[in-house]
Design a protein around this ligand. Structure first.
Ligand code: ADE
Length: 259
């Protein structure tokens, strides 16, 4: 069996900077306007990269991680806008299934169906979800997130007791910033918890190459008219910390069983 090499992608530089700080002997390689940092975390070969935004950017980055860096597993960490009303800012969603909400080749095939794959959702295996849940759960139950982010910042964003959710994530090349947009998505895809711009594309590339993938998203906004307001500050103060803590916890427990 080949040595595991984990690819970690983030859609914001701040989200991957913290992860890079965990690395031993980081080496930077620039390919196609992206800087890939390779090294080890806890002795495990790892490549970390800022994917840039959107499905095309994320797919190109995932393909490079697979073909040039020979990753054996991919983890995407980033932020998402809440679609389901039970989600709060600061909650985390582990993707169970991913769907491209802007994919529509009707009448050639059903709405949202991925051409030639004959699939609509890409699924993370139940076993993987179980391992991820177990590894990340202490962040929520032991007050670790609260402690490391600090009361003032949490209060600024109205984060009280963050929760971990498992469910459907929808991806597309749109930033959601209107209640009407959100309602439309909810009507078409009622099981979707949150929306972002990369996850389902990365999942498709990984599926096509038989690479296990994980998408973990922190809720940064409510995907409505208020969504852009505190976005940069949320990234720098909250989600960058979440990504760091999540990756630290993942490396403590799960890596071997996932591959
Ligand atoms: N990522 C974080 N917030 C988002 C939103 N409102 N729409 C799309 N992607 C997002």
């Amino acid at each position: 069996m080949t040595n595991p090499t984990i690819g970690i992608m983030g859609a914001m530089p701040e989200e991957i900077d913290g992860v890079i700080s965990l690395m031993d002997k980081p080496k930077r390689t620039v390919i196609g306007m992206r800087a890939y940092t390779s090294g080890t975390i806890n002795g495990i070969n790892t490549v970390v990269v800022f994917s840039r935004w959107g499905k095309v950017a994320a797919s190109a980055t995932a393909a490079t991680l697979i073909h040039i860096f020979n990753i054996t597993e991919l983890i995407f960490t980033g932020v998402a806008g809440a679609i389901d009303s039970t989600l709060k800012i600061g909650d985390v969603v582990l993707a169970k299934r991913l769907i491209q909400h802007d994919l529509d080749a009707r009448p050639l095939m059903g709405r949202f169906e991925i051409p030639l794959l004959g699939m609509t959702y890409l699924e993370v295996p139940e076993e993987t979800i179980g391992i991820l849940k177990e590894t990340i759960a202490p962040l929520f139950t032991n007050g670790i997130l609260q402690e490391s982010i600090g009361e003032n910042v949490l209060a600024e964003f109205g984060i009280n007791t963050p929760n971990l959710h498992i469910g459907d994530i929808a991806s597309g090349d749109q930033f959601f910033a209107a209640e009407a947009q959100k309602k439309q998505l909810n009507a078409a895809l009622p099981t979707v918890l949150c929306v972002e711009m990369e996850g389902a594309a990365v999942a498709q590339v990984c599926y096509e190459h038989s690479i296990p993938f994980t998408v973990i998203r922190t809720i940064s906004d409510t995907a409505d008219e208020k969504s852009h307001v505190d976005f940069p500050r949320f990234i720098s103060k909250v989600s960058s910390q979440y990504s760091l803590l999540i990756v630290q916890h993942l490396y403590r427990g799960h890596i071997q069983p996932l591959s």
